[in-house]
Design a protein around this ligand. Sequence first.
Ligand code: ADP
Length: 204
Amino acid sequence: MTGGALQGARLLIVGPPGAGKGTQAGRIAESYGIPAISTGDIFRANVKNETPLGLQVKAIMAAGDYVPDSLTNELIEDRLGQADAVNGFLLDGYPRTADQVAFLDSLLAGKGEELTAVVQLVADRDEIVERLRKRALEQGRSDDTEEAIRHRQDVYLRETGPLIAEYGDRGLLLEVDGLGTVDEVAARVDDALSSRGIRPAAAA
Ligand code: ADP
């Protein structure tokens, strides 16, 4: 890194369900001064507000299927074109397919940009299952059975595994131990990002 102005960080965050990804995404966005963009949140808001996009994806989401790449890519192109994303962003839940990986690459390349890093929260499957099982018991969420929890972990590994391998090959992956308190994990994320020259925005 040269000493000039810090280039905006263009980041992805990936991690298994239950690893506190949403929490860390919000914190990273705040301290690095970039928007956290969750495709799941955007789709859910569209469904709730019954927008044309929401009406299109409602049944797909209810069935637990993926929204078609064409719609998802269009959504991301539009969102990354907005003013607050010009100097960097943190994507959560995108890309999820090989087609989306390729689309994001070409979208960024078209602006002379590329991804800066991919933060991967890593957590032992058994520990996550135990943690979520306890939470389900405490909150009386009987739908969160151990079997359902394990299934979601397996789906995550199957779907995200190839993407993680791809970004690993490109040397973009920053593995962060996702077990511990929110602050402990946050400190590890900061360390990992600073190893790439990415530092929090100066406090106002
Ligand atoms: P999860 O509940 O699995 O963590 P999200 O909250 O990220 O998932 O997304 C909820 C739903 O939104 C997904 O099940 C899918 O229907 C849709 N969705 C979100 N991101 C994508 C994506 N990148 N590609 C296709 N569909 C997506």
